[in-house]
Design a protein around this ligand. Sequence first.
Ligand SMILES: Nc1ncnc2c1ncn2[C@@H]1O[C@H](COP(=O)(O)OP(=O)(O)OP(=O)(O)O)[C@@H](O)[C@H]1O
Length: 344
Amino acid sequence: MIDLHDVRKVFPARRRSGEVVAVDGVTLQVEAGEFAGVVGPSGSGKSTLVRLVNLLERPTSGSVTVDGRVLTDLPDDQVRQARRSIGMVFQHFELLDSRTAAGNVEHPLELAGVGRAERRRRAVELLDLVGLGERADAHPGQLSGGQKQRVAIARALAVRPKVLLCDEATSALDQASTTGVLELLRRVRSELGLTVLLITHEMAVVKAVCDSAVLLERGRVVDSGRLSEVLTREHSPLSDALLPAPLADAGAGHSGVLLRVTVTDRTPETVVLQTLIGQLGLAVEVAGGSVETVAGGRYGRLLLRATGDLSRLDGALRGLRDDGVLIEAVPRDTDAVAATGAGR
Ligand SMILES: Nc1ncnc2c1ncn2[C@@H]1O[C@H](COP(=O)(O)OP(=O)(O)OP(=O)(O)O)[C@@H](O)[C@H]1O
């Protein structure tokens, strides 16, 4: 549904001479119906990338294809037309203060030449869909942040887009509103069969709603994949960003062996504990880490400390790894560094 090929965007630098390469040769695909996230540190090119998808920014080079149309081949007037099948939601809502909630939702329909009665009917329907049917006549100043974002989502859906772009859509919201807006986005994605591309700097947002994610750094894709696959990787920039490593001092200064375990749906920690405690008779404690539910599966990273007769441990670890369990002993004299992944 969204296909970027070797896209590059170069801006003239704002406060100095020279250029800024905001997006540097990005190739990515988002399938129809997929909920994809783009994450990365500040300045990594996320906002620019999302604006390249609907050609709010024209790429310096490379191609952008949405729903089978190569937007980068189209002249500006046809791009404006094509943009109608792409909705966009912004961090700060960008609602018109002078208009009511319904008036804001009607706005893109007005621009598209839809008649008054049909506009109103559609606005009421969409405000119902986002749970704001009762507030159709409220002005943005009378609505909470979460409600304003719901109006903005209804407005983005007014022209029946196939693709919804979300630029830090929950970054200005408190936790409760964030949860509500993310649930709404998931629901409209399913009910309307949308493809969603969401950019965020918050990993929790990606874990809550995305099927797949792309990690950007300095305008380049450094890692990507479906979450259910990324989270089963022992070491990767994206899996490290999504699953926090155990605390640095979790294992320092203690006896026994520290073991780092990546928990996945297929290899739950019970398999490891059964081997270490049940078969080897070791005492095992959790020295750090967490396990959470992401994309419908259980994933996490645990740091275990095993004590007792360790003579058969190496063989047992080999057996576990042969069975697909992601487990490794943390080298003794670099416990703390290795446990955080900082030594990599
Ligand atoms: N219109 C512009 N003119 C010049 N430089 C720009 C322009 N837009 C973005 N940049 C630069 O491009 C780089 C990427 O910016 P962008 O806003 O896309 O990153 P980001 O990952 O969204 O950052 P943040 O999370 O802080 O919003 C930055 O160095 C930024 O200063």
